[in-house]
Structure formats: C-alpha cells, structure tokens
Design a protein around this ligand. Structure first.
Ligand code: HEC
Ligand code: HEC
Length: 201
C-alpha cells in the first residue's frame, strides 16, 4: 500500500514536470499578463498580488513558477485535496496553470505581519539547519524550481502543512517532505512555523 502510493507520487511529479515546458525566449512556461487577468478569481482568498491576508491561506507571491504549476497540477489531478481550493483548480488547462504560475511568481512577497517569539529567532535557524530544511528550500528558504518558497509564508498554513506531512496526510509529490518531517517533534514544528512565518523578504 505504502509502496504503491509512493510509486504513484513519483509518476505524478514526472507528469507535472512534463506539463511544465519552459519557453527559451522568455524563461517562463506561462504568460504573466494572461495569468494576471485569470488571477482575479484567486485574489479573493489569496490576496492582492497573491499576498494572503489570512493566516490559514497560503501566500502565492514570489513562489517559484514550477512549484506553483506543480501544486495546481496536484489539485487538478486530485492527488492533493482541499474542499475550498480544489474547485478552483479542477478546470484549469496546463497552459492556464502555467500562466497563473508565471504571474504569481512575478509578484513581490510582502514583509509578513507575523512576529516571531524572541527565543525562536535563535532556535529556528538551528532547527532549520539540523533538519536540512535549508538544504532543500535554500539558505534563505526561498525555494527553487519545484521546491516551494516558504520564507514569510502564513503561520497557520505552515503549521498545518508541517503537521500534515508528519501525519502523512499532506500530499507529497516525491515523499521528500514526509521523510524530512518524520523526525520533527511537535515542539520543533511549533518553533519552525513561528520562525519561518516571521522571516521578511
Ligand atoms: C475560496 C478561497 C480560494 C480561492 C478563490 C482560491 N484558492 Fe487557492 N487555496 C485556498 C486554500 C484554503 C488553500 C490551502 C489548501 C490546503 O491547505 O491544502 C489554497 C491553496 C492554493 C495553492 C497551494 C499553495 C501552496 O503553498 O502549497 C495554490 C498554488 C493555489 N491555492 C492557487 C490558487 C489559484 C491559482 C486560484 C485561482 C484560480 C486559487 N488558488 C483560488 C483557497 C482559495
Ligand atoms: C529533501 C528535500 C526537502 C527537505 C529536507 C525539506 N523539504 Fe520541505 N518541501 C520539499 C518539497 C519537494 C516540497 C513540495 C512537496 C509537495 O507539494 O508535494 C516541500 C514542501 C514544504 C512545505 C509546504 C509548502 C507549501 O507551500 O505548501 C513546507 C511548509 C516545508 N516544505 C517546510 C520544510 C521544513 C520546515 C523543512 C525542515 C524540517 C523541510 N521543508 C525540509 C522538499 C524538502
């Protein structure tokens, strides 16, 4: 059962990568202006420019284009499910997903309103290094290609995702995040969420 699930997840990651074809002229698979127009339905929840005003809803601004396209693909194919979000991805074509991804990547991520507790300002970076978060998400946790930008992401959203990965309830395209979070104590998850959510961009 577990093996079957992980094989399926790898296949999804490969399909998502195949759907995301970079055009050499612009460096973008999608069209930023077409994405901006289409994004009008998204900003009701994800905020103007994809800077979410709600702690439980993720910010999309400055998320790598490939990560965004892959997330939308996972929702559309029902590998990742959420009753609020899934309907907005259900009918998107690959081209529309790439346009939306190109647009949200182009937006600036605003300085978060979240204030990290002083103790976690010291402990957070230690844990992020110890558990290899910085190795995959990058030294500034801004992500790269299919790896998400988590720097200054909304606090409650981060907390729920880390708890979800640890409980093996959050979709995970290649199993890497589930492995990365198995060793985390509940307390570590609280510290990391508080630390990462307060990092300014
Ligand atoms: C009615 C509110 C709502 C609307 C409208 C909406 N979303 Fe979402 N979206 C959410 C919520 C809530 C989540 C978090 C889902 C979860 O916890 O898995 C989410 C998650 C996402 C994610 C995953 C982000 C991440 O960091 O993993 C992407 C990408 C996304 N939405 C893109 C879009 C796009 C593009 C549109 C417009 C076509 C859109 N959303 C419209 C509520 C919404
Ligand atoms: C081996 C590489 C790897 C390591 C190590 C890793 N991550 Fe990830 N992380 C990923 C990938 C890949 C994804 C995207 C998973 C998906 O959506 O299927 C991800 C997703 C996430 C998400 C969800 C982001 C979103 O927008 O939905 C969070 C939060 C996160 N990682 C935090 C962390 C933290 C904190 C650590 C350290 C404890 C960590 N990661 C370690 C590769 C890694």
């Amino acid at each position: 059962m577990t093996i079957f699930k992980s094989v399926k997840s790898v296949a999804v990651a490969q399909l998502a990568a195949a759907a995301f074809l970079i055009l050499p002229q612009t460096g973008h698979a999608g069209d930023i202006e077409a994405g901006r127009t289409r994004a009008q339905t998204c900003i009701a929840c994800h905020g103007p420019g994809g800077n979410s005003p709600t702690s439980s809803v993720p910010t999309l601004a400055a998320q790598p284009e490939q990560a965004l396209a892959t997330m939308l693909y996972q929702f559309r194919e029902e590998n990742r499910k959420n009753p609020v979000m899934s309907p907005f991805a259900a009918n998107l074509s690959n081209a529309e997903m790439n346009d939306l991804a190109a647009y949200f990547e182009s937006e600036k991520r605003l300085t978060p309103s979240h204030q990290t507790k002083p103790a976690n300002l010291e402990l957070g970076p230690v844990l992020a290094k110890k558990y290899n978060c910085t190795q995959c998400h990058g030294p500034e946790l801004k992500g790269l290609q299919h790896i998400p930008n988590i720097r200054g992401q909304q606090h409650d959203y981060l907390l729920a995702q880390l708890q979800g990965f640890k409980a093996m309830k959050r979709a995970d395209m290649d199993g890497n995040m589930t492995s990365a979070s198995t060793g985390l104590k509940d307390e570590d998850i609280l510290v990391l969420s508080d630390y990462i959510a307060g990092l300014s961009n």
